[in-house]
Design a protein around this ligand. Structure first.
Ligand code: HEM
Ligand SMILES: *[C@@H]1O[C@H](CO)[C@@H](O)[C@H](O)[C@H]1NC(C)=O
Ligand SMILES: *[C@@H]1O[C@H](CO)[C@@H](O)[C@H](O)[C@H]1NC(C)=O
Ligand SMILES: *[C@@H]1O[C@H](CO)[C@@H](O)[C@H](O)[C@H]1NC(C)=O
Ligand SMILES: *[C@@H]1O[C@H](CO)[C@@H](O)[C@H](O)[C@H]1NC(C)=O
Length: 338
């Protein structure tokens, strides 16, 4: 009996697949265990795009909000539990992050083909790449092999994720804490080439920039008139506007817009106002290939962020696998058997 228990305990440890060290990420990580993984993700993303073009931008954004908070570990995707305030309701995420159901759909398809193999953290990284490709942006090879976290932290997300009010100095400093360069910051902000933002995120710059009682002077007047109509003072903060002039196409229009004072968010326009970031904005506005290359580089670097904490491969991206309190479950089972 003692041996049986020991053996079962060993099996349990194996099945948990808990790894305390940072995983070594590499391309083709699933080439043996789930060779269809990448094509499955792409197919579901393509269907999502046809159903609602914005949804793939929304899914792409998830990689940023996941990777900056304790590494790319799908902590973002965990629903709140009675014991854990997750990241979905954090300041930058509540009423803002969306299309979690697309992630669920991708995960379901992956689980059907290769049960328990592909992590939710890798799913997000593949899906973000596919969102860019499907919108006309660059392709890059993704490194895989991440584990999913066992927990999430609303507090960490609140501490880390930048506000749309951020200025370039603050963003440069924030990104440098993740070893991301000024070029990475500007290129990755180019993700705002697709998708939408809420009036809630821009009313301060339309009517009371830095507490001045005046609009942000960096906004081009005709564009400001348009935004004022979309987002009147005291209006519905959930109304959305396009982040650039071509919100379904991943291109360098975003940077052309910044040069013309037509950035949607303060955190966007500030990249043109501030000299250090401005040179990259101008370069990317004139050379789409340079933007694409820098963007892919930045996404790969951001995808490398890891916490080094224990992890697992979640079966359902919204909840951790049911193995805690695992030992009790194990002993119950073994007692029944003997
Ligand atoms: C540089 C700092 C960044 C700030 C301050 C920022 C902030 C924001 C804000 C405020 C919104 C609109 C949210 C709303 O109004 O509900 C937004 C949307 C978006 N962000 Fe960022 N972001 C940043 C960087 C990034 C990065 C690095 C990525 C991805 C690589 C990204 C991807 C997106 C996408 C795709 C959308 C549109 C989502 C949709 O349509 O649902 N952002 N961001
Ligand atoms: C940028 O933002 C930071 C943090 O909010 C603030 O302390 C700083 O004064 C701002 N810098 C400029 C030049 O506005
Ligand atoms: C940044 O790079 C340094 C030196 O390579 C490394 O020690 C540190 O862990 C990195 N930080 C992050 C957040 O990846
Ligand atoms: C503008 O912001 C400042 C500082 O946050 C605040 O004191 C002031 O009441 C605001 N003005 C308006 C018109 O909302
Ligand atoms: C947006 O809608 C949500 C849910 O309907 C609501 O709880 C929230 O207060 C609204 N936010 C703003 C800024 O109006």
């Amino acid at each position: 009996m003692a041996y049986t228990l020991l053996f079962l305990f060993f099996l349990l440890l194996q099945s948990l697949d808990l790894a305390a060290m940072a995983a070594t990420l590499r391309p083709n990580f699933y080439s043996e265990t789930c060779p269809q993984a990448e094509s499955i993700v792409k197919d579901v993303m393509k269907k999502a795009m046809i159903r609602e073009p914005r949804s793939i931008a929304s899914v792409m954004r998830l990689q940023f909000h996941d990777c900056f908070v304790n590494g790319c570990d799908a902590s973002l995707l965990l629903d709140d539990t009675p014991n854990m305030l997750g990241e979905k309701l954090a300041l930058s995420n509540i009423d803002s992050l969306r299309s979690y159901e697309v992630v669920d759909e991708v995960k379901e398809a992956l689980e059907k083909a290769c049960p328990g193999v592909v992590s939710c953290a890798d799913l997000l990284v593949m899906a973000a790449r596919d969102a860019v490709v499907l919108s006309g942006g660059p392709y890059w090879e993704v490194k895989l092999g991440r584990l999913d976290s066992l927990t999430a932290s609303q507090e960490d997300s609140n501490q880390i994720m930048p506000s749309p009010r951020s200025n370039a100095t603050y963003l440069i400093d924030l990104f440098s804490r993740f070893n991301l360069s000024v070029q990475d910051l500007v290129a990755l902000s180019g993700s705002h080439s697709i998708g939408k933002g809420r009036c809630f995120s821009i009313v301060f710059r339309l009517y009371n920039q830095s507490g001045s009682g005046l609009p942000d002077p960096a906004i081009e007047p005709a564009f400001r008139e348009k935004l004022d109509k979309l987002c009147p003072l005291g209006g519905d903060g959930n109304v959305t506007g396009d982040l650039d002039a071509t919100p379904e196409i991943f291109d360098n229009q975003y940077f052309k817009d910044l040069v013309n004072g037509r950035g949607f968010l303060n955190s966007d326009q500030t990249l043109f106002t501030y000299p250090l970031t401005r040179e990259y904005v101008i370069e990317f506005s004139e050379n789409q290939e340079k933007f694409f290359q820098a963007f892919a580089e930045g996404m790969i670097k951001m995808g490398d962020l890891q916490s080094g904490r224990p992890g697992e491969t979640r079966r359902d991206c919204r909840v951790v696998n049911r193995h805690r309190p695992g030992v009790e479950v194990l002993f119950e089972t073994s007692n029944e058997k003997e």
